[in-house]
Design a protein around this ligand. Structure first.
Ligand SMILES: C[S@@+](CC[C@H](N)C(=O)[O-])C[C@H]1O[C@@H](n2cnc3c(N)ncnc32)[C@H](O)[C@@H]1O
Length: 225
């Protein structure tokens, strides 16, 4: 689909699109929505789609011909009334999500190692048992996306998941039954790299801090509600 400034059909293969179209449920969370191609697929199938994006990535602006990525996103998705935009860095905005209502998470945000680790780890940490999680770009192509592959390989053995399968470059898994604090201990036992530990500690204390401020009901600074 061609829009004014951006070819919005972006980074997914036909098989990946079929996979996304086959998902359904109450709420989907998309981390990294760019100009909205995959968001539209999800918005057809879910009652609500929450997207997190900085809308500021330089590479994305270049791809989009230096157009305003947020404006393009809004234009491309204007016929959907079920999309909530959280503008900002995933590491911060992810704490505005009520994960108890999220059935499906599509991770396609920052492709550097630290951001990918953070998005995968926090999603796995906060999601409910049975939540389906999909991580995009988990197959390296032409030396791109190596960091995402490394992040996933690093974390997948540490988090409780079942039903791992691949659909082209998407890695799909289901959050398995395990209490939040079991998960913390499980991760603690296995982490040998201080960076992960600091990341996870920061995330956890930030989450506690948010909760003490009133949690999801205490924040009203999203783009559209
Ligand atoms: C590959 S694009 C997403 C493509 C989209 N899912 C699709 O297939 O149409 C990655 C997006 O992640 C966003 N992004 C990068 N780093 C981010 C971060 N730390 N927090 C939130 N969004 C980020 C970029 O702005 C960009 O729009």
């Amino acid at each position: 689909m061609k829009t004014e400034g951006v070819n919005i059909r972006t980074f997914s293969s036909p098989r990946e699109e079929e996979y996304l179209k086959a998902q359904q449920g109450r709420t989907a969370l998309e981390i990294g929505c760019y100009v909205g191609w995959t968001t539209r697929l999800l918005a057809e199938r879910f009652e609500k789609v929450i997207v997190i994006d900085t809308f500021e990535g330089e590479a994305e602006k270049k791809n989009a011909g230096n157009v305003d990525v947020l404006r393009e996103f809004k234009r491309n998705t204007k016929r959907y009334r079920n999309i909530r935009i959280l503008k900002g860095c995933s590491f911060l905005r992810i704490f505005d999500i009520d994960f108890s209502e999220v059935d499906f998470i599509f991770i396609d945000g920052g492709h550097d190692y630290e951001t990918a680790c953070g998005d995968i780890l926090i999603s796995a940490f906060r999601s409910r048992t049975g939540c389906e999680i999909a991580v995009h770009d988990t197959r390296p192509s032409k030396n791109k996306n190596i960091a995402v592959v490394q992040a996933l390989n690093r974390l997948l053995p540490l988090i409780p998941v079942t039903a791992v399968r691949y659909i082209d470059s998407i890695c799909h898994f289901v959050r398995a039954r395990r209490g939040r604090f079991d998960l913390i201990r499980h991760i603690e036992r296995q982490l040998d790299n201080i960076k992960y530990y600091v990341l996870y500690e920061l995330g956890f204390y930030f989450w506690l801090f948010q909760k003490s401020k009133g949690g999801k009901n205490g924040r009203k600074n999203s783009e559209n509600g």
